[in-house]
Design a binder for this molecule. Structure first.
Ligand code: HEM
Length: 221
């Protein structure tokens, strides 16, 4: 169902007899896509840089002589504003190729870790921060605070790595992939369907100059 919805956005929404869909226009724009991705990546520096300061303090690794609340109050506005920009630019980038990203294993994994990071923030606010006054000035905050800091730091590192990998097409639907990858990316709902390692045709390397079967596969032919 989501596949069909994203396909409609990608191919139909905004399209007229003389113009491509908004998605296609955005993707093919001279500068707009580039500016959006550039903003996503540059804002990410502010976001990661600010949240990691707080995470390291929470973990009792750095800035131990500064009370947690003091550091958090100074840094939080940068984190919140940059996070909002990341979400807006991220959704805009997604809308450039929603079907492709929807079936992209890296994008899916990135969304899972974004949810883990968000749940950790929720847990921190609801549980860990409740008795903040007791450990605010402690060199080494309690285990729950250190754990929350470690989960935050590692999940954002993973989100960044997965975000970078979205651009690579190694696991795109239609390639000869292991069944679990096709399952994870829901490749069966794409026009080219599931292609598992078993079902894939043997790779034949033609004489030089001819188009290789791998490149034909990559193009879904
Ligand atoms: C804190 C949150 C986020 C972080 C840390 C993050 C990180 C990244 C990174 C590192 C890249 C790769 C940039 C590059 O080098 O090309 C990227 C690209 C991208 N991100 Fe995010 N992102 C975040 C939120 C989101 C959200 C919420 C969405 C969508 C719902 C999103 C969608 C995308 C898309 C579509 C790309 C482009 C991939 C491509 O085609 O190259 N991001 N992100």
């Amino acid at each position: 169902m989501l596949h069909d919805f994203f396909r409609w956005i990608q191919e139909t929404l905004g399209a007229t007899a003389s113009a491509e869909s908004w998605s296609q226009q955005f993707r093919g724009s001279l500068n707009l896509w580039g500016i959006t991705e550039g903003t996503h990546v540059l804002t990410l520096m502010v976001f990661a840089g600010s949240i990691w300061l707080v995470d390291l303090r929470l973990m009792g690794v750095a800035f131990k002589s500064t009370p947690f609340s003091k550091l958090n109050d100074k840094v939080l506005p940068y984190t919140v504003v940059s996070f909002a920009v990341l979400i807006v630019t991220g959704i805009a980038l997604f809308l450039a190729k929603p079907v492709d990203y929807y079936h992209n294993v890296w994008f899916r994994a990135k969304m899972i870790f974004l949810i883990i990071a968000a749940l950790n923030i929720f847990w921190f606010h609801v549980k860990v921060q409740k008795n903040e006054a007791e450990w605010d000035e402690a060199d080494k905050p309690p285990t729950s605070a250190r754990l929350s800091g470690a989960i935050s730091l590692s999940s954002w590192v993973i989100v960044i790595i997965l975000g970078r990998f979205i651009a690579y097409n190694w696991y795109d639907c239609g390639k000869p992939l292991p069944g679990f990858v096709n399952w994870f990316a829901e490749c069966a709902s794409t026009p080219s369907g599931i292609v598992t390692a078993d079902a894939a045709p043997p790779l034949v390397f033609p004489a030089s100059g001819a188009e290789s079967s791998t490149s034909q596969l990559a193009q879904g032919r």
